[in-house]
Design a protein around this ligand. Structure first.
Ligand SMILES: Cc1cc2nc3c(=O)[nH]c(=O)nc-3n(C[C@H](O)[C@H](O)[C@H](O)COP(=O)(O)O)c2cc1C
Length: 199
C-alpha cells in the first residue's frame, strides 16, 4: 500500500515487540538504503551501518550490554539517562534491543562535529522507511551510552567497527508482533515542541 510521506511521518511509532521471523532481504535492503540516502554535513556520507542478523551475535551483545551496565552505579548525574538500564541490568533481565531479529548499528567518526546529527538523520530515515514497509522499528540508544566502554568497543570492532568510529545510535527492526501484524499507526496529539512564528 502506498502512503504519502506526511502520512508515513504522522503514523510512525516505536515497535518494541517483534515476531521472531527474519526480515525479508528486499525489505531490509530498502530500510538500509533509506538510511544511506539521509543528508549529511558537507555530504560526507561517512555513517557506517553494521547490520546484525546473526542471532548468536545479538545474544552476545545483549549479554555484554547487560553485564557492563550491571557494573555501574546509579548517580544523580546519570540517573535520568542510564539509571533504568543500570537497575534492570543488575536484576539480570535487561534486553536493550527487545526481541527484534535485526539490529542496525550506526557509527561515525568520533572526531567529527556532525557525527550525532548525521547518524540521527539516517536513523530517522530508517524508522520512516520501516513504517512505509509495514515493519516495526525502534531507536535504540544503549550502544551510544556505552560507546566509550572498552568491552563493547572491542566486541564491535570484532564485528567491523573501524578505528576512530563510535556508535551514535541503533535501530531494532522486525515484523511487529501485533494481532494484525502491522505497526501501531495511531495519530496522536503532540505535546511540547513549541513553535514560535515570527512574521
Ligand atoms: C534520541 C532517541 C533515543 C531513543 N532511545 C530509545 C531507547 O533506547 N529505547 C527505546 O525503547 N526507545 C527509544 N527511543 C524512542 C522514543 O522513546 C520514542 O520515539 C518516543 O517515546 C515517542 O514514541 P513513538 O516513537 O512511539 O512515537 C528513542 C528516541 C530517540 C529520538
Amino acid at each position: 500500500m502506498e502512503k504519502d510521506a506526511l502520512n508515513i511521518i504522522a503514523t510512525r511509532h516505536s515497535t518494541r515487540k517483534f515476531k521472531p521471523d527474519m526480515v525479508a532481504e528486499s525489505l531490509l535492503d530498502q530500510v538500509i538504503e533509506a538510511g544511506r540516502r539521509a543528508p549529511s554535513g558537507k555530504s560526507k556520507n561517512q555513517n557506517h551501518f553494521l547490520v546484525i542478523r546473526d542471532q548468536a551475535i545479538l545474544a552476545k551483545l545483549v549479554e555484554l550490554v547487560q553485564s557492563e551496565f550491571a557494573k555501574m552505579e546509579i548517580t544523580p548525574e546519570n540517573e535520568a539517562n542510564i539509571g533504568g538500564a543500570i537497575k534492570l541490568s543488575k536484576k539480570g533481565n535487561y534486553v536493550f534491543k527487545y526481541n527484534a531479529p535485526v539490529l542496525i548499528v550506526v557509527a561515525n567518526q568520533e572526531n567529527y562535529g556532525n557525527n550525532m546529527a548525521d547518524v540521527s538523520c539516517a536513523l530517522e530515515n530508517m524508522l520512516l522507511a520501516a513504517n512505509a514497509l509495514d515493519l516495526g522499528a525502534c531507536w535504540i540508544n544503549q550502544l551510544r551510552w556505552l560507546n566509550d566502554n572498552p568491552v563493547l568497543q572491542a566486541y564491535l570492532q570484532e564485528l567491523g567497527l573501524k578505528e576512530g568510529e563510535r556508535v551514535y545510535g541503533s535501530v531494532s527492526l522486525g515484523y511487529p508482533d501485533t494481532p494484525d501484524g502491522l505497526p501501531n499507526r495511531n495519530i496522536t496529539s503532540i505535546k511540547g515542541n513549541e513553535v514560535t512564528y515570527i512574521g
